[in-house]
Write a protein that binds this ligand. Structure first.
Ligand code: UP5
Ligand code: MG
Length: 218
């Protein structure tokens, strides 16, 4: 059963496992807000007024994880601008400490608002319920490395993504295994993870995801 208030679902999985593709299907059916951390970082990187553009570019090109303060700032800004309260967060957290930082920084932000904006009624500022910033569900898209590699190389023919080349793809796999998989293992201990085998077609994979979301909302 989903908690009241803000609902956060993390969609995790290796590079090319289909996170973005499956999130789009979920949005079509359920209308949640989809926030891809990678998409937000690429958008920020292209913004000529951003002071972080060059830094983001160098991390992504090297398949490394961008310092989390940057990513969390982008995510929490989008969450606060949104009128919806159900968020699919795709490709984040990518490291154990990022999960803690995500929850904590939202707490801190609320306290800051509470102390600073004394002329506005505080209830108007509670965009997040601090008790439910923790995710209620983790969808883990589990895909064979060879399948992911073929998908990314194919996409790389037209995507223009600076990380869709074989050299960076291999680095992304290594970072995923060493740094991001422990995040999934952490949430497995809390029994929040639903593991979805993802080698099949887009529609076959989605057929396994849809009932999980329905059950969460029931
Ligand atoms: N495709 C998808 N599903 C398919 C299926 N079932 N059958 C056949 N084809 C399928 O899919 C990839 C490709 O496969 C597409 O062409 C699709 O049509 C096809 P997609 O849905 O895009 O997969 P996704 O898992 O989203 O792959 P993506 O490349 O986005 O995953 P990454 O995790 O590598 O990329 P992301 O954008 O999340 O991050 C990129 C970089 O940003 C990271 O390497 C890192 O440097 C940085 N980053 C951070 O530093 N911090 C963050 O929090 C997030 C990102
Ligand atoms: Mg993606």
């Amino acid at each position: 059963r989903a908690p009241e208030g803000t609902i956060v679902i993390f969609v995790l999985g290796g590079p090319g496992s289909g996170k973005g593709t499956q999130c789009n299907k979920i949005v079509e059916d359920f209308g949640f807000v989809h926030l891809s951390a990678g998409d937000l970082l690429r958008e920020e990187q292209r913004n000529p007024n951003s002071k972080d553009g060059d830094l983001i570019k160098s991390y992504i090109k090297d398949g490394q994880i961008v310092p989390m303060e940057i990513t969390v700032k982008l995510l929490s800004k989008k969450m606060q601008e949104s009128k919806s309260n159900i968020f699919l967060i795709d490709g984040f957290p990518r490291k154990l400490d990022q999960a803690e930082y995500f929850a904590l920084s939202l707490h801190r932000h609320l306290r800051y608002l509470e102390s600073d904006a004394s002329n506005i009624h505080t209830s108007q500022l509670y965009v997040f319920d601090p008790n439910v910033v923790e995710p209620c569900l983790i969808l883990f898209l589990d895909c064979d490395k060879e399948v992911m590699k073929q998908r990314l190389l194919k996409r790389g023919e037209t995507s223009g993504r600076i990380d869709d080349n074989i050299e960076t793809i291999e680095k992304r796999f290594k970072v995923f295994k060493e740094e991001s998989l422990p995040v999934v293992e952490r949430y497995e201990k809390e029994e929040k993870v639903r593991k979805i085998p993802c080698n099949e077609s887009v529609d076959e994979v989605y057929l396994k995801i849809r009932p999980i979301i329905e059950a969460m909302l029931a």
